[in-house]
Write a protein that binds this ligand. Structure first.
Ligand SMILES: Nc1ncnc2c1ncn2[C@@H]1O[C@H](COP(=O)(O)OP(=O)(O)OP(=O)(O)O)[C@@H](O)[C@H]1O
Ligand SMILES: [Mg+2]
Length: 598
């Protein structure tokens, strides 16, 4: 919890200091009221009361009460402002940090948990900073000021009050010890509810088609019930606080009056008895104020465990050092070749290698096809080139240099990677195609206009080559047509074509297509490859596909099986020599095509 405060900026510390100053003022004014009360009581008891004296003291009391209220509002405002500003900064920090994560860290945290951490956990922290922190500052001030004012009277009362405070503190400490772990668990269970909710929403079509509503409902109910029962237990523990406070307040009042009776009995004169009685009235007012302060601790300790857990969960993200650290080389020296040297890779947390002892070399300008059965390690191999993961053994070289040496941004700038599952972002067709591009989207200067026209032309060209024109021209607004979240308003094949257009738009030196043509019909696949061949002439192209037709014209084909390369050569050579390739070919090609190839 304390550690997260290190993320506070100067502006937030200033607001915090202002809030603390207002709290001090508020408490001081609040605790001044009994002094005037004491003066009035004394006037009445000693018979020295005058109307003007009473009115003046009454006015002072009113002024103190009004001032305390204004100070309380000001401290509430400044602390709310501080909390909102801190949570905005923390959300940004989380966002930036997550952007540096490799797939390994993403897998470790899980998307559902990262979302809960950057929303729910930040809100918990914000609530605490806005209200809890203020009280946390106020309670010691109110307690020490009240104790100071009370101690000038009779030590017996102060001792009884201090003892009560210590006892309450012990109960609070015990509650934190037992409630805190449950609140930590509550956050994890919220992740689980979030996961179930997400799965239910993203998999809606499959759930309906498989009549799996009951199954999903049961899963959600389980997660929801777990959260509820854990929360019930945690809150039941915290419910002990008000009863403890009530008991302590009653016990303290009884103690003050008993001590008062004892002191009055021991007094030597009537005047002293009146003085003790006045002191007792004032003292019990202070004691009540102080216990009110302490009962607000209940709210703090209700919030603190959750805020502390949330801080830990946020810090877990902020303190994670991404395993993939950027290198320093910002420019490729040699041609855009790709080489794997005895590369093996194991996913974190698994015991077996996903790919093993892979070696091959692709020269600049070559097109290489990679084929193999499901789970043979094709995507894994592809992920290693843009350094989405780091190799476990061996080396991956781009332009003759280990990928680890490159600045990550520079390495990825050289290549366009089209993942197996097409990803589209909320925006327009144009924003998706030019995604990550730095072209001006408008402007008055001649230069900007020229660049804008060039950008539009590149978008149009990428759409044309990726065979997307046919459906984009039918969309409302064409390139300006909206794309909904996750690309839900376009078909699977259209999504693939738009993500290929995105790769073309960048005009990179290296193209990486991971089964990016799988949802296209044969005709579109053929047309797209023909266009791409012209477009990518001179570039290095890697195409993963499970279709022989897609890769058979490649300069070289790698055949993968169970994480290893089991064949390397042209379509013709492999048809003659590679058993795994032959098996795939027999199931996909007609006898004529087979005869033509062989
Ligand atoms: N994130 C991951 N964590 C753990 N294991 C993984 C992960 N991703 C893939 N694997 C495993 O690695 C192996 C290779 O998977 P990979 O995705 O590379 O296969 P693929 O050849 O691309 O298959 P497909 O043709 O189905 O796309 C599989 O056994 C798979 O279970
Ligand atoms: Mg794959």
């Amino acid at each position: 919890m304390i550690k997260i405060l290190r993320h506070m900026k100067r502006r937030q510390w200033v607001l915090f200091a202002a809030s603390t100053a207002f709290i001090l003022l508020q408490t001081f004014l609040d605790l001044s009221i009994p002094d005037y009360m004491s003066a009035i009581t004394e006037m009445v008891q000693t018979g020295t009361a005058t109307t003007s004296g009473l009115v003046m003291n009454g006015c002072y009391m009113l002024l103190c009460a009004g001032g305390a209220t204004i100070a309380a509002i000001a401290s509430g405002y400044t602390s709310a402002k501080m909390a909102a500003s801190l949570s905005q900064d923390i959300r940004s920090e989380i966002f930036h940090k997550v952007q540096t994560f490799s797939k390994e860290e993403m897998d470790r945290f899980s998307t559902a948990s990262l979302i809960t951490r950057s929303t729910n956990d930040v809100v918990q922290l914000q609530n605490f900073c806005a209200r809890g922190l203020r009280m946390l500052v106020r309670v010691p001030i109110i307690v020490s000021l009240a104790l100071y004012k009370m101690s000038v009277r009779y030590w017996q009362w102060s001792a009884a009050t201090a003892l009560t405070v210590v006892l309450i503190m012990i109960v609070i400490a015990l509650l934190i010890k037992y409630a805190h772990p449950r609140f930590r668990r509550m956050q994890i269970l919220t992740d689980d509810v979030n996961r179930s909710m997400r799965e239910n929403m993203t998999g809606m079509r499959v759930i309906r088609a498989y009549n799996a509503k009951d199954y999903q409902m049961a899963d959600f109910e389980r997660a929801n019930t777990n959260l509820m029962s854990n929360e019930r237990k945690a809150r039941t523990l915290l419910q002990l606080m008000p009863s403890t406070n009530q008991f302590a307040a009653n016990a303290l009042t009884v103690a003050i009056y008993c001590i008062g009776a004892y002191l009055v009995a021991g007094a030597s004169s009537g005047t002293e008895q009146i003085a003790i009685f006045t002191d007792m009235v004032v003292f019990s007012t202070y004691a009540t104020k102080m216990l009110q302060g302490i009962s607000s601790l209940e709210l703090i300790f209700n919030m603190l465990p959750r805020a502390a857990t949330s801080s830990e969960r946020i810090l877990e993200i902020l303190n994670t050092e991404p395993k993939i650290q950027s290198g320093t080389v910002t420019e490729r020296k040699g041609p855009a070749s790709i080489e794997f040297k005895n590369v093996s890779f194991k996913y974190p947390g698994t015991s077996e290698m996903a790919i093993e002892d892979i070696s091959f070399r692709i020269e600049e300008g070559q097109t290489i096809g990679i084929i193999g059965s499901t789970a043979s390690g094709k995507s894994t191999l592809m992920n290693l080139i843009p350094r989405l993961y780091d190799v476990t053994e061996g080396e991956v070289l781009v332009g003759g240099l280990n990928v680890k040496e490159y600045d990550c941004g520079e390495l990825r700038r050289q290549m366009s990677y089209v993942p197996q599952t097409a990803v589209l972002f909320t925006g327009t067709v144009e924003s998706n195609v030019s995604y990550g591009g730095n072209f001006p989207k408008g402007g008055a200067s001649a230069d900007a206009e020229g660049e804008n026209a060039a950008h539009k032309e590149r978008v149009r060209h990428a759409i044309e080559v990726s065979q997307s024109e046919e459906f984009v021209s039918r969309m409302p607004g064409q390139e300006e047509a909206p794309v909904f979240r996750g690309g839900t308003n376009v078909s699977g094949g259209q999504k693939q074509r738009l993500s290929i257009a995105r790769a073309i738009y960048r005009h990179p030196d290296i193209y990486l297509f991971d089964d990016a043509f799988s949802a296209l019909d044969y005709k579109t696949d053929r047309l797209l490859r023909a266009g791409l061949k012209k477009e990518s002439s001179g570039a290095t192209v890697l195409i993963v596909s499970s279709r022989i037709a897609t890769i058979k014209d490649a300069d070289k084909i790698l055949v993968m099986d169970e994480g290893r390369i089991v064949g390397e050569g042209t379509h013709k050579e492999l048809l003659e020599s590679c058993r795994v390739y032959q098996e795939i070919a027999y199931t996909q090609l007609t006898p004529e095509e087979l005869a033509k190839g062989a």
